[in-house]
Ligand binder design. Sequence first.
Ligand code: SF4
Ligand code: SF4
Length: 462
Amino acid sequence: MVHQYQLNGYNIVLDSCSGSIHVVDEVAYDIIALFPEKTSDEIVAAMLEKYAGRPDVTEQDLRDCIADVEALKQARKLYTPDTFADMAGTFKERSGDVVKALCLHVAHTCNLNCAYCFASQGKYHGDRALMSFEVGKQALDFLMDHSGTRTNLEVDFFGGEPLMNWDVVKRLVEYARSVEKERGKNFRFTLTTNGMLIDDDVIDFANREMSNVVLSLDGRKEINDRTRVDYAGNGSYDRIVPKFQKLVKARGGKNYYMRGTFTHANPDFTKDVFHMADLGFTELSMEPVVCDPDDPAALTPEDLEIVKDQYETLAEDMLRREKEGKPITFYHYMLDLTGGPCIYKRISGCGSGTEYMAVTPWGDLYPCHQFVGEENYKLGDIWNGVTNTKLRDEFRACNAYARPECADCWAKLYCSGGCAANAYHATGSIRGVYEPGCELFRKRIECAIMMKVAEQDTREDD
Ligand code: SF4
Ligand code: SF4
């Protein structure tokens, strides 16, 4: 499948099945658009008409260009047929029942009361609860027991707010470190926190033991403090920003990212991204809120148009910052076009419900944190493993080829069929398609590819 678009002065042609990206002039761009439907003579006639006032566009040029396009097709770099569809369903079966990652909900409670919280202020529509050390230890044992020959295991300490159960987090890390060598495993920990309880002990421990930390901040003070408030209604910005700055500095400015959410209140979210950059943070992520369309925070169709423009603004500004030697990273623009995810990953996606699961404070297993609290989505528990195998099979069958709506989508090998939780929350089915989310996703991929093109262009100019 071929996708063509023009952005930041570039004519970009993406051949999605081969992953090839071509940057072409306007004449070649038009020829590529006509090529599948028209004969060479028809293309030449149409182009001579379109470029009638252009002496530099001759019939011979056009025929040479058509020959080049044909050569790219023969080399499987353009109009490459989709040969992945037949194997898509079997990929996850081949990975067996190996579990690679757990999201440990160590605290179903929170010291903030964010208006848009999908987790109902950390309680996930249930009771407040903290994970005991024994449950956490069993979860780590479950992961080691079910990880087959895999060495690297990922564990995310999550909530609610995980720092509200910090001693258990530390004990679990110590336990994992004490057994990982003899079990032939290597744990990589992540801590996701709202920052309220960060102190020197948290900074020391997290910077020693956590491969990554995810810090929640929504950008500008007035935006952050609209929603990210404590139970007395006070904004969190002034309390968390200095702590985040101290933690990131002590970490050497690496292996973290600031994660924000934007809503109807700030579709102009690049101001928030740039604000976080001004605060000294360089590893940034801001995601559109996913909520009921009737929720006041929901993005409206008008907002979506603004957001799409904002993605372009962000990409162009990031290129400028890069040129000035002050680059920032935006999580959604991280795209490796050369050594990127293998085809298994590109088709099968994040692995929720199969390779990756969330564990509640009392040890139940769910496909990911966004399903916790939805009884129908309980997979089993950490003592008996996955008992709802029918549900696991449903998640296993989720891939870039599972949804009829995705059949003609050029982005399917980048989105891997999308996020099952977003689809579920927007449509009521993990097989649904959340079209506004798709629109933004495709825009992000277009911007990310354009940035790679521009970076390559700059290197060639140097
Ligand atoms: S900090 Fe996170 S868990 Fe707590 S209320 Fe806010 S969004 Fe929810
Ligand atoms: S962007 Fe949307 S339509 Fe396209 S493959 Fe992903 S989920 Fe399907």
